[in-house]
Design a protein around this ligand. Structure first.
Ligand code: URA
Length: 435
């Protein structure tokens, strides 16, 4: 079939068969389908949608466009977690060690931060000596011995997604449920884990603003994963404000370590406990129930076993584990500027994207791929949605580089806090579980 006819068929709302999807995606990766035809195709999918079957074929074709990562050398139940993105989201740093302490195996490939979102690799590299660039055999050896290792993504993982995502970004076709599901699941299925826990964020700071849309995305991703023979559960969690209190690289490592010691903020603690319990449930084929799973998760935190796994992982990947054992040694700025409330009232929202962009302006993130990060800077949120505040009260502690002019970043932070005159009821953190 001609590319023109595939686009027309989708434009007219008809269902594509597997080889039509393969033809257009493979052609685009090879360069025989130009950007303008792929743009039209993406818009047709955006407007007319896709059946579950079509989305599965799209995912499968995208995943086969590049390398896949075999985890056959790892003994035990390999499990991964994916979050649809957020600000202050350091769950991987906490969850990996908890799962390792539960005798599951976490071989994680993570990314760097760009724009307003932080990246797990940058956070880990704020630990002196820590390397995310280790040979595959050593990576597998660490996962077998410690239970968890986190490395950078290989360049050739799902090239179809890299090309398609760049085009979606400039053609207003990002927020399409089948396109998001295929983009995420192609990258997740390219790493041959047995289990996958999806953390689907809902709210003002997330791709999915509405609960019904997030539920549909979760259902679709779980269905694609199951069709590919993986065990998958999705947790829907609120993202109307950043997760936890800390934003910034060393600050987030500090918060992750505190959470593993049982002294973390309540929202982050609640989320990682649910994600870990769900991972345990899928790994045991639900032979244990939710309350037994949560008890086991609480046990590995209370006994210090989970914290010890973070120390072991840092040591195994060449990092200075003493900064985890004694977090006073983490590189964190001593120059702290208080951010004050401009009015009295109740916090109604803390805009995640604005907070993330302000953190980037402080130096905690990169505007371009080549930019260098300042691990020491960031902020600690002292108030959350629903809290009552008085004018002049401290909303956040901002950790700055005193050599920079931080005025614009601080102004941006201030405008990210919305204060209402009426009491505000915060949303529940865990909104649903789809399995
Ligand atoms: N994250 C992805 O990886 N892809 C999308 O399309 C949206 C969020």
């Amino acid at each position: 079939m001609r590319t023109y006819d595939i686009i027309k068929k989708k434009r007219d709302g008809q269902t594509l068969v597997q080889n039509e999807i393969q033809q257009i995606i493979e052609g685009y990766v090879q360069g025989t389908v130009p950007d303008y035809q792929m743009s039209a195709f993406l818009m047709a999918v955006f407007l007319k949608g896709m059946t579950d079957e079509e989305t599965f074929h799209l995912t499968d074709t995208m995943l086969k466009s590049g390398e896949t990562v075999s985890l056959a050398g790892i003994k035990g139940f390999t499990v991964d977690k994916h979050s649809t993105g957020g600000v202050g989201d350091k769950t991987s740093l906490v969850l990996g060690p908890i799962l390792a302490a539960l005798d599951l195996k976490v071989a994680k490939l993570s990314g760097r931060g760009l724009g307003h979102t932080g990246g797990t690799i940058d956070k880990l590299e704020s630990i002196k000596g820590f390397s995310c660039d280790i040979p595959t055999d050593k990576f597998i050896e660490i996962v077998n011995r410690v239970g968890v290792a986190i490395v950078g993504q290989t360049a050739n993982l799902v090239p179809a997604d890299k090309k398609m995502y760049a085009l979606r970004d400039v053609t207003a076709t990002v927020d399409s449920i089948p396109l998001i599901a295929a983009s995420i699941m192609s990258k997740k299925l390219a790493i041959e884990n047995k289990g996958l826990i999806l953390d689907v964020k809902v709210g003002s700071g997330a791709f999915m603003k509405k609960l019904e849309d997030a539920r549909e995305l979760a259902r679709l991703m779980v269905s694609i994963g199951k069709q590919a023979g993986r065990k998958v559960t999705a947790v829907l969690s609120n993202m109307d404000e950043p997760l936890g209190e800390m934003i910034g690289n060393s600050l987030e490592v500090l918060e992750a370590a505190e959470t593993l010691k049982g002294k973390g903020p309540s929202d982050l603690t609640e989320l990682v406990k649910i994600l870990a319990s769900e991972a345990l449930l899928i790994s045991t084929n639900r032979m244990i129930n939710q309350s037994q799973a949560s008890k086991k998760v609480e046990e590995v935190i209370a006994t210090g076993r989970a914290f010890k796994k973070l120390v072991e992982m840092v040591q195994a990947q060449g990092g200075d584990q003493t900064v985890i054992e004694n977090t006073d040694r983490l590189p964190i700025s001593k120059d702290i500027v208080p951010l004050l409330a401009e009015n009295s009232g109740f916090i109604s929202a803390i805009e995640c994207e604005e907070i993330g962009l302000a953190a980037m302006m402080l130096g905690a993130g990169r505007e371009t791929k080549e930019a260098k990060i300042d691990f020491k800077v960031g902020l600690r949120l002292l108030k959350h949605v629903g809290n009552k505040v008085e004018k002049g009260e401290i909303l956040a502690a901002v950790y700055v580089n005193p050599l920079l002019n931080n005025e614009a970043a601080i102004k941006r932070l201030s405008s990210a806090f919305h204060i209402s005159q009426n009491p505000v009821q915060p949303q529940k953190l865990i909104l649903d579980i789809v399995s």
